[in-house]
Write a protein that binds this ligand. Sequence first.
Ligand code: C5P
Length: 225
Amino acid sequence: PALRPLHGLRALVTAGPTHEPIDPVRYLANRSSGRQGYAIADALAQAGAAVTLISGPTILPPPPGVTLHRVETAVQMLAACDAAMPCDIAVCTAAVADWRIATPVTSKIKKTPGAPPPSLALVPNPDILAHLSRPGPARPRLVVGFAAETDDVRDNAVAKRKRKGCDWIIANDVRAQTGIMGGNENEVTLITATGSEYWPRMSKDAVACGLVRRITAAFDIAPDS
Ligand code: C5P
């Protein structure tokens, strides 16, 4: 059991971007590759957890032993998360689009010569992390969020942990020159209720392993001997 310390626990991981349709051929999206979330799902499964990975569109192969649900939009991701409950551990790495198009249309929007470009009305998407963090009997015992920031990374992430109601937040600096968004490495600060810890730049797999070690400790499971 020490080799699979999370055996018997259920984990939910969200990963990747969401695509929010404008019309049948166009969408709003972001630069998330899904790599960090897939690495976490993989590490949790290797540690013995029963893992459901809810993924937006990515080019990544599913990690072995993980139940993968592919979705496109934030609304679909929320529904897939609810369907995967209850669980013990939720890790929200997905770069969920903050907004979706208020009224996506089923026919391609045409360019009319001389006409002004269309304006897109947006409405807010559901906040999946805040939703999963809401207190109640069905709340996962541990909810972990990510905070991708470009400025005042730590301070913003500390505030975000409180605002979302999650237990831990992993803050990372996604300024373009870091190469983190879409890359293979990450440089993070783990923020809990009691403090914060900086982890120097390392592979996204190594961040995932570090997180699984922390989760194992939090569930008070004896580490490998
Ligand atoms: O508010 P912000 O997008 O910066 O928060 C990031 C964290 O919240 C990430 O863990 C992300 O997966 C989660 N999130 C979410 N649903 C949203 C927006 C963010 O689960 N609609």
